[in-house]
Structures are given as structure tokens and as C-alpha cells.
Design a protein around this ligand. Sequence first.
Ligand SMILES: [Fe+2]
Length: 264
Amino acid sequence: MSDSIPRKWVDGPFELLSSELSGTSKNKQAKGTQQVAAEMTIVHNCVIRGINAIYLQAAKVAAAGTPEDKLDFVNFALRWARMLDEHHRSEEEEIFPQINKLAGVSGLMDANVDEHTMFHDGLSDFMTYLGSIIREEDVLDAEKLNGLIDSFMPALREHLRNEVLTLKALDKYEDTTDWMAWFKKTADGLVMRQMKSPVFRVESFPLVFVLHDKSFEGGVWENFPPVPWVMSIIFRWMFFSKHQRWWRFAGCNFDSLPQELLFA
Ligand SMILES: [Fe+2]
């Protein structure tokens, strides 16, 4: 984060995961399970930046935002929650069972699934509340919203960290599996499937860009998302513009570079 942006930003209050957790750095090419762990860290940091953006801006949006600002903010928050929910569903239904099978150890990833249950109810209450605001059955109350976040976020932050370490530790089974080749194939397949949904393309896909920070830790992950610039221009035009008022609450712009939080 540049010094020119002194206000609160999405690197807190919930702490981002360092690239050191996966054993990677800007000057060290990641290998095997380190690379898988690094890819998961990138996604998990998007999750953390998203909830930080919501947590930091809720009070000012509720107090000083227009009705339109409030609705956009709540929509942004709900899309963040749905993205997270979908991430965990694909892990439980697809990714973790495949890891168990490839490693030849049944239940290997069970601890990670158990951790999902520790924040599931809080996240579900958060989504229910956001939905009720959108349906105009309730109003945006920052204290209530942030109270719900406080109810699940410590367990979620811990889980996001633990899962990276679990993936890195799969190097024990490296002689039987090329983990990075498997991960890339699985993740690509997942994205291809998701991109077939018009709703995903305009309501979730933009989050990949605005929740990632290319300048993080000196640019360790500056090549993510792996999209040629021409494609990012096309994406902007085709998919990002429809709900661009939602994405203005994120900590980064469509180039995945830091921007000031409007309501922090
Ligand atoms: Fe994950």
C-alpha cells in the first residue's frame, strides 16, 4: 500500500496472509505444493480484503450514504459472502475429496471441512441480514453488520491460514502426485464452468480483480489474475460495467491496484 493513501485500508483489521506462509517470495520461484498453497493464499487474501472493505466502511455508509450508496454497499457485501460460500462448497464437493483420493488418505482434509462449520452459521446470518436489507425488510445498521462479522471472522481468518498450511504439507505425497498440475487443471475447470453463468460473470467474477492487490508484498503476486491486458479491457466492458457501483467499495480498482476507500 502506498504512503500516499493514509486512510484506513483493506489490509486490516483482519490480517492478510503473508506469502511466507506458503514458503514463496518475489525472488523465489514457488514449486509443487508451495505453488498450490500460494495460489490458495491469493484467493484467501481476496476474501480478507473484501471483509475488511465491508467492516471499515459500514459505519460511514450507514450514517452518511445515500439510499443508493447503501443498496450498492449491501450488494457488494452480499456478493462477497456468496463468493466465499461458493469457494467452500467447491472445496468440500470437489477439491478436498480429490486431494484425499490423490494422497490415498481418507479423511485427510476433514479438519478443514470441520473448520467450515465453525463460521458457517455466522456467515449465514450475515447473508440473511443483507438479503433482508435488499428486500427492504430491514435497514443497514453498521453496528449490527459488524457485530455479525465479529461473530464469524476470527474463526474464518484462522481457517484461511490453516488451509494454506495444509496444502503446503501435501509435499509428503509429492512422489505420487504432481499437485500443481492437478490444481491448475481443477481450478481452470472450475472457472470455465462458472464463467458459463451470466450471473457469475457480472456478479462475482469482477471480485477477483478488485479484491486482489498486485502491489502486495512488493508485487509478489503481480501476475495474478493471469489475464492478458486485452482481455481485461474486454472483461471491463462486458462484465464489470454492469454493477460498477457495487465494486467501488473495494480496496483495488479493475487493474488490481490500490484505491482509497470511499467511506473509511
Ligand atoms: Fe480455500
